[in-house]
Each structure stands twice: as C-alpha cells, then as structure tokens.
Design a protein around this ligand. Structure first.
Ligand SMILES: NC(=O)c1ccc[n+]([C@@H]2O[C@H](COP(=O)([O-])OP(=O)(O)OC[C@H]3O[C@@H](n4cnc5c(N)ncnc54)[C@H](O)[C@@H]3O)[C@@H](O)[C@H]2O)c1
Length: 311
C-alpha cells in the first residue's frame, strides 16, 4: 500500500537514496531540507515528491508541513555537522529540530518515526564491537547534539526506531576516507591514513533494514546497523590504490586526532534478531561498489565532522 513518508534532510546522501527507492514504488514523499549539505538538484522531479526549503529548527514550519502532508511516518535524516565549531547550528538542527518534529508528530497523530543516529554517540567505547547496551559518551558537537535529540525522541511517546549507523557507502557519499583518497590519489596529492578502524555498510543493506523498519512492527528502541566487521583506513587506501591501478605511494599512518575515535565497530547482533536481517555485502564488495559509483558520477563534495578536516 502506498505510504506518505515525510523525510527531514531528504536531499542528503541517505535521503536521496531512500527517495530513489521509494518513489518508483508509488509512495508519496515530502522533503524538508535547508540544503546545508544536501543538494536540491539531487532530488528528482516527480508528481509524488514535494520539496520545501527550510529548517527543522523552525517549529512553526515543521508543524504546518506535517499537518498539511499528514504522513504515515517520518524519517528524521536531517543533521548538522559540517562545522564542528558551530555548536549552535548542530544544537538547532540535531536537538531542537528533533524536538520540533516529535512535537509535530504528537500534535498531528503521526505515530511512527525512524531516526538515524551516529555511532559517535558511543564516544570512545570500552569494547568493540560496541554492544547496543554500551553507554552513550559522545564528546563532539555532532555526537552530543545527535544524542540529545535521540534521547528526546525515545522519550516522546512515539514509536521511535533509532538506527545507529555504521559508515554507509553509496551514491553521493561525500564524507570520510573513500572520496578523499579517490580524489587526492587521482590528483597526485599526498594522503595519510589515520590509525583507525571503521565498519562500512553498503547502501543496499541499509535500504533493506530500513524497509523492515518502515513496513514491520518494530518496538521503540535503539538498533546498531552494521556488518559488525571492522576494517582499517589503510585497508580502504589499499583498495582505492588497487582500483585506480596506480603505483602505491608512501602513505604515513598517523594516530587519530584528539577529536576522533580509533575504533568504531558496532555489534549488530541484537538488531539482526529483532529485524531478521543481516548485511549481505562485505567490506571489499562495498568499497568496490562505491569506487565504481565515483568512476561513473564523480565526487562532488567532501565534508567532515572532525575539527581537523582531511587535507
Ligand atoms: N551516512 C552515514 O554513513 C551515516 C552514519 C551515521 C549516521 N548518519 C545519520 O544519517 C542522517 C543522514 O546522513 P547523510 O549521510 O545523508 O548526511 P547528509 O549531510 O548527506 O544529509 C543530511 C541532510 O540534512 C540537511 N539538513 C541539515 N540541517 C538541516 C536543517 N536544519 N533542516 C533541514 N535539513 C537540514 C542537509 O542539507 C542534508 O541534506 C544524519 O542524521 C546522520 O547523522 C549517517
């Protein structure tokens, strides 16, 4: 059955892939985005897609749009992170925005909200893979504000499914080491690898679990979404070098910055049970698909939520 889906931050990396999947299936979608990091031109023209430029921080706007569109569910994908010193913007989008959306849902009888959370909510974890029971200990503007927003949502009385995401790879990925190495190596520029470990999840695996969250009854709660397997940034570098077919340049391995976390690998076992889902694509397949996408469409932007962006 066709659903009415309201997506905050729908012009971003995840939002546009969600739209590319759900519009052709006959669903009606509304996007509210201020285009801080997302781009209007990445949204297709379609009778079933409505777009409003504006901020989730604008309570009056959020309430009016949700009332008028009358969605079956909300996907809260809006996030501010691009200036790690700008606590105000992060707080307005990630905290006040989440509160505005939750309140508008409660006022207008929208019960279901799917939220996307960063693994940085765990801060520097005591053990990896990070179990879903681990304490939240964020320490960056992005992590703290996203965690405050998530807490509000989980206590709002709505059916909130908060997906704590690994590094999702897919169309328009504009953050992290893959677009950075891909771009710099082609320009013969120096690279360095931070001494860190991440887990990478393919967009198709993410869209599969999102589909379950949209269509099945999933209890309110927090869910780690990942493969559960960690890979080093040097592993990413090596695969980009091999893909580009260039001679491997010297690459220094440097300790992670003070604002970064060395190892972020999420334990998805609880999620796998509740959702009856498991990631299908492994690290090599995921990175390969990402690089093939850049070969076809190019890298448009590179953002970072760290205080020292990749040079
Ligand atoms: N992509 C990942 O690997 C990943 C990992 C962990 C968490 N997340 C979370 O998933 C969500 C989507 O991430 P993404 O990778 O698509 O990022 P993105 O930057 O591509 O998308 C975020 C969107 O939010 C919009 N936005 C920012 N401030 C806004 C505001 N005040 N009002 C309305 N829109 C606003 C941006 O313009 C952008 O289109 C975010 O909440 C992020 O924290 C993503």
């Amino acid at each position: 059955m066709a659903k009415r889906i309201f997506i905050t931050g729908g012009a971003g990396c995840l939002g546009t892939s969600i739209i590319d999947k759900y519009l052709p299936l006959g669903h009606h979608i509304f996007v509210l985005d201020n285009f801080a990091t997302g781009k209007k031109q990445n949204l297709p023209e379609h009778d079933s897609l409505k777009i409003t430029e504006g901020s989730v921080a604008d309570a009056e706007l959020v309430t009016r749009l949700i009332k008028e569109f009358a969605p079956d569910l909300i996907i809260n994908s809006a996030a501010a992170y691009k200036d790690p010193q700008n606590w105000q913007e992060d707080a307005e989008t990630n905290v006040v925005g989440a509160i505005n959306v939750a309140k508008a849902c409660l006022e207008n009888g929208v019960n279901k909200l799917i939220n996307f959370q960063t693994a940085l909510c765990y801060g520097r974890p005591e053990k990896t893979p990070i179990p879903i029971t681990a304490a939240t200990k964020p320490f960056t503007s992005y992590g703290i504000s996203k965690t405050a927003g998530e807490q509000f949502l989980l206590n709002s009385g709505l059916n909130v499914i908060s997906l704590r995401l690994a590094n999702i790879c897919g169309p328009r990925l504009a953050i992290g080491p893959i677009p950075t190495f891909y771009t710099r190596l082609q320009q013969n520029k120096n690279c360095f690898c931070s001494d860190s470990i991440r887990d990478f999840l393919d967009m198709d695996d993410f869209l599969d679990i999102l589909d379950i969250a949209i269509n099945k009854e999933i209890p309110t709660g927090i869910y780690n979404v990942s493969t559960g397997a960690g890979s080093s940034i040097k592993d990413v570098f090596d695969q980009v070098v091999a893909h580009l077919g260039i001679n491997a340049p010297e690459v220094p391995i440097v300790p992670v910055g003070a604002d970064d976390v060395r190892e972020v690998v999420l334990d998805p076992s609880h999620t796998e049970k509740v959702f009856s889902w498991k990631a299908k694509l492994n690290f090599e397949q995921t990175i390969k698909r990402q690089l093939q996408w850049y070969d076809k469409y190019g890298v448009t932007d590179i953002f970072s939520h760290l205080a020292a962006p990749a040079k």
